[in-house]
Design a protein around this ligand. Structure first.
Ligand code: SF4
Ligand code: SF4
Ligand code: SF4
Length: 389
């Protein structure tokens, strides 16, 4: 069914006015065409981030939609039990499509709208973002122990560890720096973890045949469509995530269904399993994954609670930020381990960092890479603010 892997998610339409603006936006130089000539995207180089789409002044760039062919079809199919997850960055942007100020949190109306659209269960991605953080934090600890020569950790990969939750960054590394892949965390992104858990744990908990579960996600990201169709994401025997829609597409579905969004009574999300920690909410902003994973690593390694540690160093909006976090390691008799971290916002800034890693010059232990400026809150699937032109 899918052609996303070969044909890409993002395409230039005939509305292109050949202004050439997008070529300065694209982090991978995938957009081809001279000034005055209709532009096109070289699929092999494109990482599906959608930054060209949200920045084209003429609305000439589109992303492939899964709404009609997959999502609405599944919602109309009585044999399917359709579950939906939404990422934290969606709830603070969706309201813009309904006249609310940017940043307004409309999650309770969004849960209500998703139920009106026919989804059988409505969940937050927060729970599985916690799983990703736990996996990445634990993996970092194992890689650090391997690096220190602690017996029993030889199977773990080298330092530094890169984050793995941004599919645009992962494709960039695969395309341009395959040698760096052993450094990328083996943890699935929160979207894919949710998909896998929905076809296994959730199916069992709800007493539903996993073959009947159709797993949809609402994301701020166009690259997540590409990620969901990657063939390796079927470990349970079923596709982790069956379809993805962006924040923009959810708004379109709500409008097309005639739902008066702002008049909806607030509703709660369904409970997946207990409560999430809230750490996942910061996932959507640059530095958030790093901060959340470091918190896990700190607590496990030190055995101490977190109120003694300030992670402000990982926050901010500079494209490349670095800091050192000192962690007393209980298993090493309280020896203080300086963990050097780096946060890169924008794949176009990551080349020097990777070159240092490959040349053995890098002093970092943990590196977060997110493609979009400021993180997922400014992803390629978010509402487009044409008033900025
Ligand atoms: S920014 Fe839009 S209109 Fe301008 S060249 Fe790119 S696709 Fe065409
Ligand atoms: S989606 Fe991203 S990588 Fe692909 S052409 Fe647009 S800006 Fe470039
Ligand atoms: S930074 Fe977030 S929104 Fe942007 S490509 Fe990566 S995962 Fe998608």
């Amino acid at each position: 069914m899918s052609t996303l892997l070969s044909d890409g998610v993002i395409h230039v339409s005939d509305k292109c006015k050949a202004c050439d603006h997008c070529t300065s936006i694209c982090p991978t130089h995938a957009i081809k065409g001279r000034l005055g000539e209709k532009h096109h995207i070289e699929v092999r180089k494109c990482i599906n981030c959608g930054q060209c789409l949200i920045n084209c002044p003429f609305g000439a760039i589109d992303d492939v939609s899964m709404v009609d062919e997959r999502i609405i079809k599944a919602l109309k199919d009585p044999s399917k039990f359709v579950v939906v997850q939404e990422a934290p960055a969606v709830r603070v942007a969706l309201g813009e499509e309904f006249g609310q100020a940017p940043g307004t949190n409309v999650k309770h109306k969004m849960y209500a709208a998703l139920r009106r659209l026919g989804f059988d269960k409505v969940y937050d991605t927060e729970f599985t973002a916690d799983l990703t953080i736990t996996e990445e934090g634990t993996e970092l600890i194992c890689r650090v122990f391997n690096d220190l020569g602690v017996p029993g950790y030889e199977a773990f990969g080298p330092l530094p560890q890169f984050t793995s939750c941004c599919p645009a960054w992962v494709k960039y590394a695969e395309d341009k720096y395959p040698q760096v892949l052993p450094h990328i965390s083996t943890a699935k992104s929160p979207q894919q973890m949710f998909g896998a858990v929905s076809k296994t744990y959730l199916a069992e908990k709800l007493g539903i045949d996993p073959a009947s579960i159709y797993s949809v996600s609402v994301m701020p990201c166009t690259a997540k469509k590409y990620e969901c169709d990657r063939p390796e994401f079927i470990a349970s025997g079923f596709k982790d995530v069956d379809a993805v829609m962006t924040t923009r597409e959810l708004a379109q579905m709500i409008k097309a269904a005639g739902i008066d969004f702002m008049s909806l009574e607030d509703e709660q999300a369904d409970r997946f399993i207990g409560a999430s920690t809230g750490a996942a909410t910061i996932f959507g902003a640059t530095g958030g994954v790093m901060e959340a994973a470091l918190r896990t690593a700190y607590e496990v390694l030190s055995g101490e609670t977190l109120d003694k540690v300030d992670f402000k160093a990982v926050r901010g909006f500079k494209p490349v930020r670095e800091a050192t976090v000192e962690i007393p390691v209980k298993a090493l008799g309280g020896k203080v381990l300086p963990v050097n971290i780096c946060i890169v916002t924008g794949t176009k800034y990551v080349d020097d960092v990777i070159e240092d890693v490959l040349a053995g010059r890098s002093q970092y232990h943990f590196i977060e890479v997110m493609n979009c400026p400021g993180g997922c809150v400014n992803g390629g699937g978010q509402p487009i603010r044409r008033d900025t032109y």
